[in-house]
Design a protein around this ligand. Structure first.
Ligand SMILES: *Cc1c(COP(=O)(O)O)cnc(C)c1O
Length: 402
């Protein structure tokens, strides 16, 4: 799929990738190719296209058209080791289809206990009904994890840093153990993206991202992707086609637009997040900052060892048990919206309490008192950090007026 071009650096790839002249014509961006029907010049050409199932070959709308192909090709180019990328209508669709690609009834799936909740729910719900069993594991306990594999264990679901709680995992070690045991490893790589964590190069077999986050980048788009080497890419493609999943060319064009600036946006939000996290770590209201970017924060060393970048998403734990404190804080923020998703240009704050979500991993984290249970996840956008910090300062003042 990817041409054998000389290997450029990511910033350059983000500008060039997917802009084939046959897809863009004389303009810079591939136009929005709205299409169900593709027209063949001859019956012979139609016959040929049936079996030539790849991006770049016109056939029918369910196999995409140049706008979607350009996006998939661009994502493949920034994921070292990938042969191809399959697009999905949401991140969750990419997660579930990836798991269905590598599992069949009777198989067992190991799920990291810090995974995104809808991924856990897919294991507990749809995959269970489909005859796939699962067990949760603590990704920070490599020995216990290695001891869990049975001959039915066919796949491992990983996420690093973990959703909400931000534990950085030793993904190269977890993936190597899975491979040794004859299982494949899949990583939810939404936090770092391929720019910050080259998942396949680090030993994972499938790298999944919610493109609704950094790639979209403007809080106006839902999409997901899965990238893999040749064999698994072909199977992922089959799964998505058999499930009938397509993404619209309009959304693909938006995602491509987002992708062009993703590098600079990530650099800026990473720097801003580090600054806000550092400020938070000195606040008396904060029991613990959970931000891999910050020296002294859990997982910082692993992040430094394995990652090539970060993003604006991190969490902190409020000191004290008061269950109404999180609402008093976030209700009094002006610049931070209360809401899901993240990775947009605007900042967000989301209260969470993960203990009912998890099966194994302890909460609160090390360094917190037993009563420090309430977390706040921040997605730092592109605002000036001085304004964000002033906003948080006002929020804390209101939180203290109980
Ligand atoms: C948001 C998110 C997803 C799901 O993506 P959608 O596009 O919202 O379906 C998956 N994984 C992580 C870590 C996320 O934050």
């Amino acid at each position: 799929m990817t041409d054998s071009k000389p290997d450029k650096r990511n910033a350059t790839k983000l500008v060039e990738a997917g802009r084939r002249p046959e897809w863009t014509g004389a303009v810079v961006n591939p136009p929005v190719w709205r299409a169900s029907t593709h027209i063949f010049a001859t019956e012979g050409e139609r016959q040929e296209a049936i079996g030539d199932n790849r991006d770049g070959r016109f056939y029918y709308g369910r196999r995409g058209a140049p706008t979607q192909w350009a996006l998939a090709e661009a994502l493949t180019e920034i994921e070292p080791g990938a042969h191809g990328t399959v697009l999905f209508p949401s991140g969750v669709a990419a997660i579930v289809a990836s798991l269905m690609t590598v599992l069949r009834p009777g198989d067992e799936l190991l799920v990291s206990d810090n995974s995104y909740e809808p991924a856990r729910n897919a294991a507990r719900g749809l995959l269970k009904r489909w005859g796939v069993t699962h067990r949760f594991f603590d990704p920070l306990d490599l020995d216990a994890y290695a001891a869990m594999f049975s001959e039915n264990t066919k796949a491992v679901w990983l996420e690093s840093p973990g959703s909400l709680t931000m534990e950085v995992c030793d993904v190269p070690a977890l993936a190597a153990i899975a491979r040794e045991k004859g299982a494949v490893s899949l990583l939810d790589n939404t936090w770092a993206s391929s720019l910050g964590f080259p998942a396949l190069e680090r030993g994972c077999d499938i790298s999944v991202m919610s493109l609704s986050k950094h790639v979209g980048g403007h809080s106006d788009l839902m999409m997901g992707s899965a990238s893999a080497g040749e064999a698994l890419y072909k199977r992922l493609r089959q799964t998505s086609q058999q499930l009938g999943q397509v993404v619209s060319p309009d959304d693909a064009a938006l995602a491509l637009r987002g992708l062009r600036t993703m590098g600079v946006r990530l650099e800026q939000s990473t720097a801003s997040a580090r600054e806000v996290a550092e400020w938070l770590s000195a606040r008396p209201e904060v029991a613990r900052v959970l931000c891999p970017l910050l020296p002294g924060s859990p997982g910082h060393e692993l992040w430094q060892r394995d990652f090539t970048g970060g993003c604006g998403l991190f969490s902190f734990v409020i000191r004290g048990e008061d269950p109404s404190a999180p609402a008093r804080l976030v209700d009094n923020l002006d610049l931070f919206g209360i809401g899901y998703s993240w990775g947009g240009f605007e900042s967000l704050a989301l209260p969470f309490e993960p203990s009912t979500m998890r099966d194994i991993m302890p909460w609160p984290p090390v360094g917190c008192g037993a009563g420090d249970r309430h977390g706040i996840r921040l997605s730092i956008g592109l605002e000036d950090t001085r304004d964000l910090i002033a906003d948080l300062e006002r929020g804390f003042a209101a939180m203290g007026e109980a």
